[in-house]
Design a protein around this ligand. Structure first.
Ligand code: NAD
Length: 254
């Protein structure tokens, strides 16, 4: 119960990585606010956590809208009395169909609004509340190995995830004086709804698997274990960096 007495907010909490993390944080004692655009799925996650004996509430959020993110943090304050852990995790992926020239500018802006601005809003809203509380906090941002290595036809995704790494460093430096740690995770390909679009195509699926040293996608639970570690006091000297959770995918030439 390493998170007993702590309050965590998880964006994208209805999806693969967010759901697994919300469950694990709750299992280890945190009171969790599950935030997501998908109301039905988010409510189901919160109610599953409660059924398993944990504490959780769902709150709708669109991370592309600052007011919405600020309301999400406020829900944590009103429901559980504050916020100790903010997991800025909501994100979308491209369909890989268009290159940097042909992709509509609107598609770029949408990706940046969710994956990049959404993380900024989460950092800002959570840190403001944490500073007001006057006690230590942790902010975890979901980046990707695609912050570091390029794939074709995912231009805005790369831009957004590289920005998450930059924001993590800058926020960690600025928030250190309030004893708020800011870290990121950089997952490889994880078997969630995000990669569903390629599941039926055997050739593409094999290529994705082979991108990892042990030739398998990761699971959301494997990522959640790292999220929980980073959120815990055991990671008290980890700050301003991204943690790779990628079975070496970003470390070898394929
Ligand atoms: P997922 O699709 O299962 O979950 C994403 C969740 O985010 C969904 O529940 C969705 O409803 C929510 N969401 C989308 N837009 C939102 C918005 N505007 N406001 C609030 N919620 C919104 O995918 P996942 O794999 O769990 O992805 C979580 C994070 O992990 C994303 O940031 C993604 O980029 C990142 N990531 C995923 C992989 C992977 O291979 N699955 C790899 C690296 C990084």
């Amino acid at each position: 119960m390493r998170f007993a007495g702590k309050v965590a907010v998880v964006t994208g909490g209805a999806g693969g990585i967010g759901r697994a993390s919300a469950r694990l944080l709750a299992e280890q004692g945190a009171k969790v606010v599950v935030g997501d655009l998908n109301q039905a799925a988010g409510e189901a996650v919160a109610s599953d956590i409660r059924a398993a004996g944990g504490e959780a509430a769902f709150a709708p959020v669109d991370v592309a809208d600052y007011e919405s993110v600020a309301r999400l943090v406020q829900t944590a304050v009103e429901t559980y009395g504050g916020i100790d852990i903010m997991f800025n995790n909501a994100g979308i992926f491209g369909d890989g169909s268009q290159n940097v020239i042909d992709m509509p500018i609107e598609a770029y802006h949408r990706m940046i609004a969710i994956n990049q601005h959404g993380v900024y809003y989460g950092i800002k809203a959570a840190a403001e509340q944490m500073r007001a509380q006057g006690r230590p906090g942790v902010i975890i941002n979901t980046a990707s190995i695609y912050a570091y290595i390029a794939d074709k036809n995912q231009f805005p995704y790369h831009a957004s995830k590289a920005a998450v790494i930059g924001m993590t460093k800058a926020a960690a430096l600025e928030l250190a004086r309030y004893d708020i740690r800011v870290v990121a995770i950089a997952p490889g390909m994880i078997d969630t709804g995000l990669v569903d679009q390629w599941r039926q195509d055997e050739r593409v699926w094999n290529t994705i698997q082979k991108a990892h040293m042990r030739r398998k996608l990761g699971t959301a639970d494997q990522v959640a274990q790292v999220v929980a570690f980073l959120a815990s006091d055991e990671a008290s000297f980890v700050n301003g960096h991204a943690y790779f959770v990628d079975d070496g995918a970003a470390s070898f030439k394929r």
